[in-house]
Design a binder for this molecule. Structure first.
Ligand code: FAD
Length: 403
């Protein structure tokens, strides 16, 4: 069995290695002159390989697109398998406090070395500078056609990653697969006209952010930057709200609650009690509720409280305004900025057309898919690589099985 894997990324290597272990003769074709380029730069050069979400039901919740599909795929290969696979090749992983897992070396090269050395010892050939322009299926084989060369295989695993443009999928045009149009996921919010930007550098550990007019809301650390809002709460919202935000042309109101668990009643009680116990204290200069003092001052200004106002003199109107700004601070989002650390594109091969037990196309026998070429994407934290390892494993194992 001769198997051609298109794309020398994380999914391509994993598919190739497991196909070779099943006894197939495997060749990876890669359009550039480098393999595993994204692994190299991932996680700021440390490679966030996976996430310590060991329960499949928890793990799959981190995929805005592909949750149900991946739930089935993870039964074959999941986080524990990833950890074991790398450890058995001498790459120990460590878990950071937020659940992200990295090689102990803190160097993505350890991951690359493990993949390349396993591929080499499995007899996998890598052909560089081979950009597949077309795939032709004949009665006997698949032909991979590049500019000045054609290679023939019995089966193909497509692992070409995500593409921000539809043209990136044009080499598949001989097949009737549906492509979900690519749209960005994992970005931060621009708030060019909001005074909050002057608070850049401030982080609130557990905020709650909601998109007005939707039920989409996420909690987590929130970071104020010089261009707007960032941090895990916003990145999650950008991923799960990717399509909605795209349709709104990235113009929306975000509602921020500065403490995830706060209720309006609770806030009211907290402020009343402080007012009662400290009537002569200045409001501006005594930050409450564990908020950073610059943020507290900003919330006071926004509530039209003078800098010398004492708690005992606070009119009811301003009192209510503070509660409002603590509970539901409204920010106008106008545009987005790509999150540099880890960005993905949603869109790709529609999942209904792929068999979850094998990763084989339901439309074309012998054609398999793995990785970000599928309409699958995860939030930041190692989930995108986990999807690449799991789908790559399953595609590789299945492609090497006789029919
Ligand atoms: C800066 C950055 C940092 C990231 N950090 C992390 C992280 O720490 N953790 C995490 O989980 N995720 C991270 N991600 C996301 C992760 O890198 C991707 O989800 C993952 O690489 C997808 O793997 P893949 O094999 O499907 O695709 P890719 O890694 O994109 O590989 C696809 C390969 O196919 C090749 N190819 C494409 N078209 C053709 C063609 N027609 N012919 C031949 N070859 C072709 C490409 O050149 C490429 O080498 C990061 C992404 C970026 C951009």
């Amino acid at each position: 069995m001769k198997i051609g894997v298109i794309g020398a990324g994380a999914a391509g290597y994993f598919a190739a290695i497991h196909a070779a272990q099943g006894g197939a003769e495997v060749t990876i074709v890669e359009k550039t002159s480098k393999s595993l380029a994204k692994v190299k730069i991932s996680g700021g050069g440390r490679c966030n390989v996976t996430h310590s979400a060991f329960e499949i039901s928890n793990l799959s919740k981190n995929y805005p697109r592909g949750e149900k599909f991946l739930k089935k795929v993870f039964r074959h290969f999941s986080v524990r398998d990833t950890v074991q696979w790398f450890e058995s090749r001498g790459v120990s992983l460590k878990t950071e406090s937020d659940g992200r897992m990295f090689p102990v070396s803190d160097d993505s090269q350890s991951i690359i070395d493990a993949l390349q050395s396993t591929a080499y010892h499995s007899g996998i050939k890598v052909v560089f500078n081979f950009a597949v322009q077309e795939i032709v299926k004949t009665d006997t084989c698949f032909k991979l056609i590049a500019k000045d060369k054609t290679l023939e295989f019995d089966r193909i695993v497509v692992c070409t990653g995500g593409s921000p443009k539809m043209e990136g999928f044009s080499f598949l045009s001989n097949f009737k697969h549906t492509i979900e149009p690519p749209i960005p996921s994992l970005f931060t919010f621009n708030t060019p006209h909001e005074p909050i930007r002057k608070l850049m550098g401030i982080t609130v550990p557990d905020a709650y952010v909601r998109l007005e007019g939707t039920k989409m809301a996420y909690r987590g650390p929130l970071l104020i930057t010089h261009w707007g809002l960032s941090g895990p709460a916003v990145l999650k919202l950008s991923a799960f709200g990717a399509k909605w935000l795209y349709d709104q042309q990235y113009k929306a109101n975000a509602h921020i609650r500065w403490g995830n668990d706060w209720t309006e009643d609770w806030l009211l009680q907290q402020l009343l009690s402080f007012q009662k116990n400290h009537p002569k204290k200045k409001i501006h200069s005594n930050a409450l509720l564990g908020l950073p003092s610059r943020l507290w001052e900003h919330l006071c200004e926004r509530s039209e409280i003078g800098s010398d106002n004492l708690w005992q003199n606070l009119p009811k109107k301003q009192f209510n305004k503070v509660v409002q700004n603590l509970f539901c601070y409204i920010v106008a989002v106008e545009g987005k900025t790509t999150f540099k650390e880890e960005f993905v594109t949603s869109g790709g091969i529609v999942l209904d057309e792929v068999n979850t037990e094998t990763m084989e196309s339901k439309l074309v026998d012998g054609l398999f898919f793995a990785g970000e070429v599928l309409n699958v994407d995860g939030i930041t934290g190692g989930f995108n690589f986990q999807a690449a390892w799991s789908t790559g494993y399953l595609a590789g194992v299945s492609a090497s099985q006789p029919k």
